[in-house]
Design a protein around this ligand. Structure first.
Ligand code: FES
Length: 908
């Protein structure tokens, strides 16, 4: 078969399609690029992630592994072809159960599920697991996907809503995601899905070395040898400041390196290629001179180590510190003490969508459509690199296929911005999986040591914690990790004598940045291990030991902050108590069975720094309520949750709302989607804006506070002691075109920390506790998870379905961190060497949602996104220790490390 044969054709979604070009091209590329069927996603081009799953003659295949020639004369079905009644039932189940979060895996999941349901209309859970095992999801923890597929054709098994909190009725409801339909239809437009006409394809030349000097050969000569190359760019072409960084005082990362690279994967040049042109980048003229590198903090701080950045002696980026009382004397007074040292690995975010975007000129403004967690930060950083004022860069956030912290940092934004600025042509860039993994940020590897002590009754007296966090080649969020860890290393417990130090240390490793928890998940492993050891020494049940020490309303934290209310950690442990009692009793009768428990707390928002969000909401002359919602929804559900809060506060129905997303030209800044801040900070702004909008309408109608407002076409009906009709067409409109409008800002009330770390770092905290039941194979060293029970205090559960999804997804990532994920530069830059949990790796998860209202949060709500991951790994490791008596001191707990720990226990 060759495409020289006349009219080679395949049938796609029932229609014949003529195909041209290379017959060995991936079917996924032909579907997406030639036929415009971008509902088929592309996550790895290696058959690892399954995002590109389509049906070939009814059987699921990874389209990235199918040469198009193999599909000639056969039937291909993509997500766009799933339109019959059976498909609609499947999609409806996904929406009902909240099975789509970011949505990048959703088309692949639906295709795999469709093939199963065609064969087995009422599959068992095991059959569903088997059928979906080839499709990875990084967001959901798979539980709701399983629920949805099992639920198709059966009665609805959705849990009841939480209590309603005010007459608006939107808060507490299991409302389907407002952006969910696009996700199940495959019509959400991700970064790689937009292809501007004639766009140049941008490729980066990246360092194969961890550290090297470099120079270029004859670039002009090379370009002449490659007819498809439209332009080349190096650092010399950057018109602005060749330096970016999420924390301006620490900004240090060049968009394109100048003469020296500090990590493997760093970009040194850009090649802009004409659409469809084939070029060979293998002989790009760059001459490397490798240098001595340091990949871990010990090497980077050793005598004689090369200084990675001028002005940062001993490769120390920065340190954070908290001290209360006197840890040394507190430990001396303790009846029981415990001590440990634990190392953790680089962890890759492994979102299923590699970074991608497109840029074009709109007059003098560069428009960049890109996956992101922080559109306004992207705009400002990109503008600085391009030497433009911020208002000449417009970020249009694409649907974002997972982020988990890494898409807070700019990646390709200044690169495609540079190409488009210089050529005045559209451009686009799609990172390969390898490029994504090599060049973007990771979770900080940590080297932590701590000692803690309690009295004979199990009351904590003292703790001394030190952690070196490998922040890699550039600063990124290293300062945030260094500062956040000492505040949180106590866990959600009162410890009167406390000293904690976090240090961010440069190496030539990948840049470490934000990843769900900013270092707190690593520190919690140490603290919760010590608590188990102290409980054992004191002869106290491990859950009781935690309850003895748990924060309560009115307690003071190690930073001297008085927790004035809404402290729910005790409630979380109490909720676990019946599960704990059962599980501990069961484990006592079973060999190699263990039960572990851990708690968490997490401050929502920036640490002692401003991080305001602004929400604008208006009533259009049509009667629609327009919400400018700038919090990037990367799957966590802010589009839905923020709307629920605003609707509740305004007393308006959700169905009347239209959303305008985080387009930087038309929506106020809602800050970044990080630090578990959006439900609290943006939610608070939405609550204030909703209330202000309601007040304006009631004022206009001269109606009382209890009046009901009902939007209809072109009017508002205000029902009070009498009905009042407001004809919107008769009212003057504001500059945004609204008859009524409100814009409100919230910035968490915090204070700076002094040199001892004393102050108010966060206005709101969230709380949680998890317990794990598992077995360890003492011969193979493998760990089998049986069940995880999670109790989280959210203050007010805005949307229970979305909250459960966050918890299940966080737990899945915690499982990966504990048991399997270890990123090694140059060795695990793909999704078959770097393993993340599959559907078969996540056990049954039982979630308990607790509502202890926070005095500050909107309707009492607290953040959740990062909390859900923090206790998982500590609880797993404590359960392994419970099962074997062996303490894992290097993560992940791969089988050989488990066996080593067991052997060490035997000889110790
Ligand atoms: Fe599955 Fe995001 S919803 S990867």
């Amino acid at each position: 078969m060759s495409f020289d044969d006349p009219a080679p054709r395949l049938t796609v979604n029932g229609q014949e399609a003529a195909i041209s070009g290379d017959p060995t091209r991936r079917l996924s590329d032909v579907l997406r690029m030639d036929l415009g069927l971008t509902g088929t996603k592309s996550g790895c081009d290696a058959g690892d992630c399954g995002a590109c799953t389509v049906l070939l003659d009814g059987a699921p295949v990874c389209a990235c592994l199918v040469p198009t020639a193999q599909a000639i004369g056969r039937d291909v079905t993509t997500i766009e072809g799933l339109t019959d009644a059976a498909a609609e039932r499947l999609k409806a189940a996904f929406l009902r159960h909240g099975a789509a979060q970011c949505g990048i895996c959703t088309p692949g999941m639906l295709m795999a599920a469709r093939a199963l349901l065609a064969e087995s209309p009422a599959p068992t859970r095991t059959e569903v697991e088997d059928a979906l095992s080839g499709v990875l999801c990084r967001c959901t923890g798979y539980a709701k996907i399983l629920d949805a597929v099992c639920d198709v054709g059966r009665s609805v098994q959705v849990r009841a809503p939480m209590a309603q909190h005010t007459p608006g009725g939107a808060v507490g409801q299991r409302i389907e995601r407002l952006d969910g339909r696009r996700k199940v239809d495959g019509t959400d437009v991700f970064g790689a899905d937009l292809l501007p006409e004639g766009a140049l394809e941008v490729h980066a030349i990246r360092s194969p070395y961890h550290a090297a000097a470099f120079r270029f050969g004859d670039l002009e000569d090379w370009q002449r040898s490659q007819p498809g190359v439209a332009a080349l760019f190096t650092a010399a072409d950057i018109p602005g400041r060749n330096c970016f960084g999420v924390i301006p005082p620490f900004a240090d990362q060049p968009a394109l390196a100048e003469g020296r690279v500090r990590f493997r994967g760093e970009a040194v040049a850009l090649v802009a290629v004409e659409p469809g042109a084939e070029i060979d980048l293998g002989d790009f003229p760059v001459i490397w001179s490798p240098e001595a590198d340091a990949l871990d903090t010990a090497t980077a701080q050793a005598d004689g180590a090369r200084q990675i950045h001028q002005g940062r002696a001993d490769n120390l980026l920065t340190r954070g510190f908290v001290r209360q009382g006197n840890a040394t004397s507190g430990l001396a007074q303790a009846a029981h003490t415990a001590e440990t040292a634990i190392e953790t690995a680089y962890v890759e975010h492994a979102y299923i969508e590699p970074e991608a975007g497109a840029a074009w000129m709109d007059g003098d403004t560069i428009v960049i459509h890109v996956c992101t967690q922080a559109p306004v930060m992207d705009r400002d950083e990109t503008a600085a690199v391009l030497g433009l004022p911020p208002d000449r860069v417009r970020i249009l956030p694409a649907a974002t296929g997972g982020g988990f912290g890494s898409k807070l940092d700019v990646s390709l934004h200044p690169l495609i911005g540079l190409v488009t600025l210089k050529t005045r042509r559209p451009s686009r860039m799609i990172y390969s999986r390898r490029e994504s993994m090599a060049s973007t940020t990771k979770r900080h590897p940590a080297d932590m040591r701590a000692r803690a002590g309690c009295d004979a009754q199990g009351r904590m007296l003292a703790m001394d914690f030190t952690g070196d966090f490998n922040t890699g080649a550039y600063a990124s969020w290293g300062p945030t990790v260094a500062n956040r860890v000492p505040v949180h290393a106590s866990g959600p417990y009162r410890i009167p004598h406390y000293r904690a130090e976090g240090r961010a240390v440069h190496t030539n490793g990948p840049v470490s940045g934000a990843f769900r928890g900013f270092g707190v998940p690593q520190a919690a492993i140490v603290q919760e291990a010590l608590f188990d050891d102290l409980a054992s020494a004191a002869g106290i049940d491990r859950l009781e030991f935690r309850l003895i020490n748990a924060f309560r309303d009115g307690y003071r934290t190690a930073t001297g902050q008085t927790l004035i209310g809404g402290v729910g950690i005790g409630d979380c442990f109490e909720a676990l108590r019946p599960h704990w009692t059962r599980a501990v009793a069961e484990a006592a009768d079973m060999p190699h069975r263990g039960v572990g428990i851990a708690g968490c707390w997490y401050g929502c928002g920036n640490t002692s720094l401003p991080n305001p969000s602004t929400i604008r909401v208006g009533i259009a002359p049509t009667g629609r309520v327009v919400l400018h919602q700038g919090a990037a929804d990367i799957g966590q559900g802010s589009n839905t949750v923020i709307t629920q809060i605003c609707a509740e506060a305004a007393g308006l129905p959700i169905s009347a709302f239209d959303l305008i997303g985080g387009d930087t030209a038309v929506t106020p800044d809602c800050g970044k989607t990080s630090a578990s801040r959006q439900t609290y900070v943006t939610g608070k702004a939405a609550e204030l804006a909703g209330r202000a909008l309601r007040a304006a309408i009631l004022r206009h109608a001269n109606a009382g506070d209890d009046a009901q407002i009902e939007p209809e076409e072109g009017a508002l009906i205000v029902r009070d002691t009498r009905d009042h009709r407001i004809d919107l067409g008769t009212l003057p409109l504001d500059t945004h075109g609204y008859a009524f409008a409100a814009e409100e800002t919230h910035d968490p009330p915090t204070t700076a920390l002094d040199e001892d770390g004393q102050g108010i770092p966060y206005a709101v905290y969230g709380w949680g506790a998890q317990m794990v039941e598992l077995s360890v194979d003492p011969v193979l060293g493998t760990v089998t998870l049986h069940k995880i029970t999670a109790a989280h205090d959210l203050g007010c559960v805005i949307n229970p379905t979305l909250a459960e999804g966050q918890i299940e997804g966080g737990i899945a990532q915690g499982i990966g961190m504990a048991l399997m994920e270890e990123y090694i530069p140059g060795r695990t830059e793909n999704l078959h060497d770097y393993l993340i949990p599959t559907i078969g790796d996540v056990p049954t998860i039982e979630t308990v949602l607790i509502e202890k209202p926070d005095p500050e949060g909107p309707f009492g709500a607290k953040g959740l996104g990062e909390h859900a991951l923090i206790p998982t790994a500590p609880a797993i490791l404590n359960a392994i220790c419970d099962a074997t008596g062996a303490r894992i001191t290097r993560l992940p707990a791969l089988p050989h490390r488990v066996l080593e720990a067991i052997a060490q226990r035997g000889t110790s």
